[in-house]
Design a protein around this ligand. Structure first.
Ligand SMILES: O=C(O)CCC(=O)C(=O)O
Ligand SMILES: [Fe+2]
Length: 321
């Protein structure tokens, strides 16, 4: 795991901001190709970017925040009923960090299972519908981004197979305010520096900033998305698919004093049995193979070990050639 030792903090660098006005964004159009080129450039430079996506309305964002507050206000014993058969896919709580998770939130019955775990008598229809609608919209964004990535590297013929190899995980996170009653103005580490292990991450923070991204030249930049934008990040599993042409950015969360921070995250995650490999189109003399092929569950098992959890890069320790 990368350290959280002090690095220069740059206020002058900003993440690229890309408009995904969905009505006019259809594959094959010139608009699509322009946005695709911007996405590729942003991902090559930073491994992430900020995006405006007009399909998620301000009202839907507000309903999700209200749903989250209601969920986190439940008694801890209730929240602990949010369990999953997959490792680290249920309720988590560590210091200031607390999170609830839904497997495959794009499937209505799965969201139903989640709300039934918490409210066995009535299943909370309102919250179930809000979370399902939100996840479906984020899934559309994820599919657009991955289609653009594969097209821009000339491997679009694998898109259906690639999308079929994916599950989704939706996580709602609460970072409790550091020193809520004290006078001290101290930020606290909410989430240590890490790279995500999945394909693509779509993150939304509600009003309180805190996300920081490490640039290639080792500077932390504070991300300040608007109320209506999302942050898209490349995860480790995308890197071998592109034979190392993109890298997953290190990121962390610092929570400002006296402020409770809420975020939502949609992860597109390879299915356990998915084989992560570089297609032959991206391997040649100039671009020799960077990673050996692997089964995603083997990588997942590795990063859940002590060695994987403490490695500078679990991906490189696991499969770099
Ligand atoms: O809450 C955030 O802003 C970041 C969350 C994150 O990086 C993660 O869950 O992997
Ligand atoms: Fe992350």
């Amino acid at each position: 795991m990368d350290s959280d030792s002090p690095l220069p903090l740059s206020d002058s660098i900003q993440l690229p901001l890309i408009n995904f006005f969905d009505q006019s964004l259809t594959p094959g159009t010139s608009k699509w190709d322009k946005v695709k080129a911007d996405v590729r450039k942003a991902l090559e430079d930073f491994g992430c970017f900020e995006v405006f996506f007009d399909k998620v309305s301000a009202e839907l964002n507000k309903s999700v925040l209200e749903a989250m507050k209601e969920l986190f206000d439940l008694p801890i014993q209730t929240k602990k009923r949010n369990v999953s058969s997959k490792p680290f896919h249920g309720y988590l709580c560590l210091n200031l960090y607390e999170s609830l998770a839904i497997d495959d939130p794009n499937v209505a019955e799965k969201v139903n299972d989640f709300t039934q775990q918490l409210w066995p008598d009535h299943g909370n229809k309102r919250i179930r519908e809000v979370l399902h609608e939100f996840s479906e919209k984020l899934k559309e964004m994820d599919v657009m981004v991955r289609r653009m990535i594969l097209e821009s590297f000339g491997i679009e013929k694998y898109i259906e197979q690639h999308l079929d190899s994916t599950n989704y995980l939706f996580r709602m996170i609460k970072y409790a305010a550091p020193s809520p009653d004290e006078e001290v103005e101290e930020t606290k580490l909410g989430l240590r520096s890490h790279t995500d292990k999945n394909f693509i991450t779509i993150l939304h923070q509600y009003q309180v900033d805190g996300l920081e991204i490490k640039t290639k030249d080792e500077k932390w930049i504070k991300v300040k998305p608007t109320e209506h934008s999302f942050i898209i990040l490349v995860g480790d599993s995308m890197c071998p698919i592109l034979n190392g042409r993109l890298s997953s950015p290190y990121h962390r969360v610092l929570i400002p004093a006296k402020k409770t921070r809420y975020t939502t995250v949609l992860f597109s995650v390879p299915k356990a049995e998915a084989i992560i490999d570089s297609p032959e189109e991206l391997i040649d003399e100039e671009h020799p193979r960077v990673f050996r092929p692997f089964k995603f569950s083997d990588f997942r098992d590795f990063f859940n070990t002590e060695a994987g959890g403490t490695a500078e890069s679990a991906l490189h320790s696991f499969c770099a050639l």
